[in-house]
Structures are given as structure tokens and as C-alpha cells.
Design a protein around this ligand. Structure first.
Ligand SMILES: NC(=O)c1ccc[n+]([C@@H]2O[C@H](COP(=O)([O-])OP(=O)(O)OC[C@H]3O[C@@H](n4cnc5c(N)ncnc54)[C@H](O)[C@@H]3O)[C@@H](O)[C@H]2O)c1
Length: 257
């Protein structure tokens, strides 16, 4: 049994009870970590409070829109005042304009859409790491969420695939920077799961069907599958793992025709 007793974890990306971040927050809580949860905007606050109600230890809840450096600094200042240092950061957030998540990639991708997708879905992970670096304890662990669309062309995933490729490269460079402080950085490449973010991708149900038919395990993955891997990655059982993208996708990534 993994114990995260005395560990402080920041979890970014709760938008509903189906969010991957919600599952990860619950598994870190179960392992004994103290949590800090963030919400993107006032509309999502009640959803985060609902997750907080399900946790065994009352978390601190703070706002953070990842598009704002001021928000990120403010988040670090508030956390530093409460806890001084932290151990774990879970970055489970991404965004692309809905109209760019369907159809022909070249025709539908704009300069502005490209910037937004990369800023929120990739850059924000390094922005958080940069801001928090000084207050992350040695043996700290950072994780983010990617998708196979980073390395293969997935119909309609379009600009988000390009942003996820950036995120996975970001993980490697961040791991090299933070390795000096004995802080690890990894990504989990999750199989498709029905969440709010996923509902923005055209034809998502078809993706779920294909994975359940063709993956070696012949099923789709659950949020629990991802949360269990997240728990392992942030624990000291994974002390030798950094800069990696670990697939939690029922093996779908190994399959060709
Ligand atoms: N659901 C899937 O099939 C799947 C598969 C692989 C990877 N992922 C990744 O998992 C992560 C979590 O997504 P999810 O599926 O749980 O969906 P979700 O909609 O529940 O979560 C996405 C989160 O991103 C946050 N976010 C977006 N823009 C933000 C901003 N400017 N500032 C702060 N937060 C912002 C939202 O508030 C939300 O909490 C994303 O990176 C997603 O790409 C999802």
C-alpha cells in the first residue's frame, strides 16, 4: 500500500466528478496526502467543492486560471503561506477552441488557436513548475496528462495533438531542469475517457469503440486505471522514473492494423 502521509499535493484540473483530476485527487487523498485543489473560474468552484466533500481530509481550494501569470504567482503565494513547501503537482488541464477540434487540420487551425492550445495545454505546465520550483521538496514529483494524438494522427484531435506533442517534449526538458533538484516530471498518456474535455472532440464515441475493440485488453480504461498509475508515479516507488510518458491505454498504442 502506497503512503503519501505528510505529503502536500496540488491538483489542477477538476471540472466535474468525471474529470481525471477528480479521480487522481481521490486516490492521493486515500493515500494520506493533504490536497490543494484549484478551480479555473467561479462557474467551476461548486464542482471542485463537491469533490472536496468526498475527500477524507478537507483540502484548501484556490482559484487559478492557467492563462494568467498573475494567477499562478498568486496561487504559489497562497500555498506558500499555508504550507511553506509542497511535494506533488498534478497538471490535468488542456484547452483548444472547439471549432479547431474537427475536420481538416490545416484548414481549421488558426494562428490564434495554435497559440491558445499550446499556451494552456503545454506551456502552463512549465509555468507552474517554474513558479513552484523553489517550494517543491526534494523527491517531489510532477505529472501531467497526454494522449496518443501526440505521436499519431487521431481524426479530429488536430491542434490538440500538436499541443500534446509539445507537452511530451516539455516533460523531457522540464525533467532535465528539475532533476538538478531531485524533482521528477512525467506524463501519463491516458486512453480515451468520457469527460467534459473529451466531449469537445468530434466523433469521440467512435474512438471509444475502436479502443475497446482493438486494444490488447479489449476494453476502455477507467479514471481509476489512470489514478492508480498517478499514485505510483508520485510515490517513492517511482523514484527512478523521470521524463517519461507512460501509456495507460489498455495497450492500444502498440497496435497497428
Ligand atoms: N478524457 C480523455 O479521453 C483524455 C485522454 C488523454 C488525456 N486527457 C487529458 O487529461 C487532462 C484532463 O482532462 P479531462 O479529460 O479530465 O477533462 P476535464 O474537462 O474534466 O478537465 C479539463 C480541465 O482543464 C481545465 N482548464 C482548461 N483551461 C484552463 C485554464 N485556462 N486554466 C485552468 N484550468 C483550465 C478545466 O477547468 C478542466 O478542469 C487534459 O490534459 C486532457 O487533455 C484526457
Amino acid at each position: 500500500m502506497i503512503s503519501l502521509k505528510n505529503k502536500i499535493a496540488l491538483v489542477i484540473g477538476i471540472a466535474s466528478d468525471r474529470s481525471i483530476a477528480t479521480g487522481i485527487a481521490k486516490s492521493l487523498d486515500k493515500a494520506g496526502a493533504k490536497l490543494i485543489l484549484t478551480y479555473q473560474n467561479e462557474k467551476l468552484l461548486s464542482r471542485v467543492e463537491k469533490t472536496a466533500d468526498d475527500l477524507s481530509t478537507k483540502p484548501v481550494i484556490l482559484p487559478c486560471d492557467l492563462s494568467s501569470d498573475a494567477n499562478i504567482t498568486n496561487l504559489r503565494e497562497q500555498i506558500e503561506r499555508t504550507y511553506k513547501n509542497i511535494d506533488i503537482i498534478v497538471h490535468s488541464a488542456a484547452f483548444a477552441q472547439r471549432e479547431e477540434l474537427s475536420g481538416n487540420y490545416l484548414e481549421n487551425t488558426t494562428r490564434e488557436g495554435f497559440k491558445i492550445a499550446h499556451e494552456i495545454s503545454s506551456y502552463s505546465f512549465s509555468a507552474i513548475a517554474k513558479e513552484f520550483r523553489a517550494i517543491i521538496n526534494p523527491e517531489g514529483s510532477l505529472i501531467t496528462l497526454s494522449y496518443i494524438g501526440a505521436s499519431r494522427v487521431v481524426k479530429n484531435y488536430n491542434i490538440m495533438g500538436v499541443a500534446k506533442a509539445s507537452l511530451e517534449a516539455n516533460v523531457k526538458y522540464m525533467a532535465a531542469s528539475l532533476g538538478e533538484d531531485n524533482i521528477r516530471v512525467n506524463a501519463i498518456s491516458a486512453g480515451p475517457i468520457k469527460t467534459l474535455a473529451a466531449s469537445g472532440i468530434s466523433g469521440f464515441s467512435e474512438i471509444l469503440k475502436i479502443v475497446s475493440e482493438r486494444s490488447p485488453l479489449k476494453r476502455n480504461i477507467s479514471v481509476d486505471d489512470v489514478s492508480n498509475t498517478a499514485l505510483f508515479l508520485v510515490s517513492n516507488l517511482a523514484n527512478g522514473i523521470t521524463g517519461q510518458t507512460i501509456y495507460v491505454d489498455a495497450g492500444f498504442n502498440i497496435v497497428s492494423v
